[in-house]
Design a protein around this ligand. Structure first.
Ligand code: NI
Length: 391
């Protein structure tokens, strides 16, 4: 059974929704048209619709029977600030904005599952269809959670899909445990003492301090992070001084950290703090660090990952489900939902032919052939997890 037949029957309609969303991309927290479209469809399917959760977020609720079991299914709706370079008939009509990450496809697949489940109602329990805004680094998942998402719509487990270019259509990839890195940004402000460039004895030179700090920071991954773990610390900004004959008063450096566990992330944060204050003090300067976690690591709960893989295998066969694909250093804000509720984030093949270029590329396009596969996954998650029990 490659897809649910009844979902395949409205593949054309899903394609039309996807292309309509593609032609009208909206950036994070500006998804007014997209959330209108989603809410209108969900209402037409007969779901209860809740709007304004996480500003432009939408939740559709569908209940069958009195079971207290519940499942959450999540899609993201936002586009990116990229100028589209394709000549597709449905290319972006908004200058400088495009769906270059396939969130148009994710939204359409979840709408497809909602339509099918509302028509067939072949399950018992509560399903929440979560349409999230602002995934691209703007905190949409956190905004929904802070608005009480899981208090108002409690989920026993939660599932999401991201398309993966280069993975053929008809294949899924499922990883148990850590899957994508968590990420943070940091700034270090160094305060020295400015002086004439020819009178260094009167200065506390922040350029010297910053230079040593950049070197010392390289020891965090090589000497502090256990060799069996993975982490990246990159200093990507270094600013000091404006003149040839002035030793500046202050310097500022900044960068990014990536890791696959909260423990390693916290270890790196503590090491950066120690190095910043310690190196500065050793030269008679002062330093202050601002460390900001932006994404959690995306960690799939092993039981839910096994379950998701079994649903994929039922659809496309075990040979088409890639288990243990490589770790991804990129980040994903579904991680904040997975931090609250056990669940699994899976990858769906976007193909390597037409529309197969990497996400966040100006020539990217979601592959419409994958729509019924993703919708079928969501539908079978519900029908399997909330299977009717014989009374
Ligand atoms: Ni994305």
């Amino acid at each position: 059974m490659p897809i649910v037949d009844r979902i395949g029957a409205f593949h054309d309609e899903m394609t039309a929704w996807r292309r309509d969303i593609h032609a009208h991309p909206e950036l994070g927290f500006e998804e007014h048209r997209t959330s209108d479209l989603v809410a209108t469809r969900l209402e037409a399917f007969g779901l209860e619709v809740y709007r304004g959760i996480g500003r432009t977020g939408v939740v559709g609720a569908l209940r069958v029977g009195n079971s207290t079991r519940s499942v959450g299914l999540r899609a993201d709706m936002d586009a990116l600030p990229i100028q589209e370079t394709t000549w597709l008939a449905y290319r972006s009509r908004h200058d400088g904005k495009m769906h270059a990450c396939g969130h148009d496809g994710h939204t359409s697949m979840l709408l497809g599952a909602a339509r099918y489940l509302a028509e067939t109602r072949n399950f018992e329990g509560q399903v929440y269809f979560i349409f999230q805004p602002a995934e691209e680094g703007l905190g949409g998942a956190r905004a929904m959670i802070e608005d009480g998402l899981f208090e108002q719509f409690p989920c026993d487990a939660i599932f999401g899909i991201h398309n993966r270019p280069k993975l053929p259509v008809g294949k899924f990839a499922v990883r148990s445990g850590p899957m994508m890195a968590g990420g943070g940004f940091f700034d270090i402000d160094i305060e020295g003492m400015g002086a004439h460039g020819a009178r260094p004895q009167a200065a506390v030179d922040p350029v010297i301090v910053a230079s040593h700090m950049v070197g010392a920071i390289q020891s965090v991954v090589s000497r502090n992070v256990p060799p069996t773990e993975t982490a990246v610390v990159s200093v990507t900004r270094l600013h000091a001084g404006d003149a040839y004959n002035v030793i500046p008063q202050s310097a500022r450096l900044g960068g990014t950290v990536r890791a696959f566990s909260r423990e390693v992330m916290e270890l790196v944060e503590r090491a950066l703090e120690r190095i910043a204050t310690g190196v500065a003090a050793s030269y008679g300067a002062r330093a202050r660090i601002d460390f900001r976690p932006v994404f959690n690591p995306t960690i799939n709960a092993p039981p839910e990952a096994e379950f998701a893989a079994s649903v994929c295998a039922e659809l496309v066969g075990t040979e088409n489900v890639e288990r243990n694909p490589p770790l991804i250093m990129g980040s994903e804000d579904f991680s904040f939902m997975l931090d609250r509720v056990p669940g699994c984030y899976i990858n769906l093949g976007n193909g390597d032919a037409e529309g197969g270029c990497e996400v966040h590329n100006p020539g990217y396009d979601f592959n419409d052939e994958a729509l019924p596969l993703g919708a079928s996954f969501f539908a079978r998650v519900v029908e399997t997890r909330l299977a009717r029990t014989a009374d």
